[in-house]
Design a binder for this molecule. Sequence first.
Ligand code: ZN
Length: 135
Amino acid sequence: MKILKIDHLGIAVSSIDEKKNFWMDAMGLEMEGTETVEAQNVTTAFLPVGESEVELLESTSEDGPIAKYIAKKGEGIQHVAFRVENIEDALAELKEKGIQLIDQTPRKGAGGAKIAFLHPKATSGVLVELCEREE
Ligand code: ZN
């Protein structure tokens, strides 16, 4: 499989509105806009950083994955996303290598990307997202 770059860092926050100031005012990043992904109970905001992005994640429900993450670990980096050339090929290859996957097949993420998560048990505790997008 071919990994192209670190696509984004997913950062769990209690409120995008309240927490964006650090990234925008102090760090000088610009927000590309927000998008709600209903299937994952999350609103995302992307802030480009060179070739990569910061993705702020705010839960839209009390029992969504981001709400659960913050309840357990507090705000912080929730996942690291790697851009791959072909996500189906990447998943098939990892499966063949015995890597535990959360998503056996890609699902739809923000910005029309195809995404899939690997299990943190297989990655030293890092929630790894693979993503494929058309540019
Ligand atoms: Zn992500």
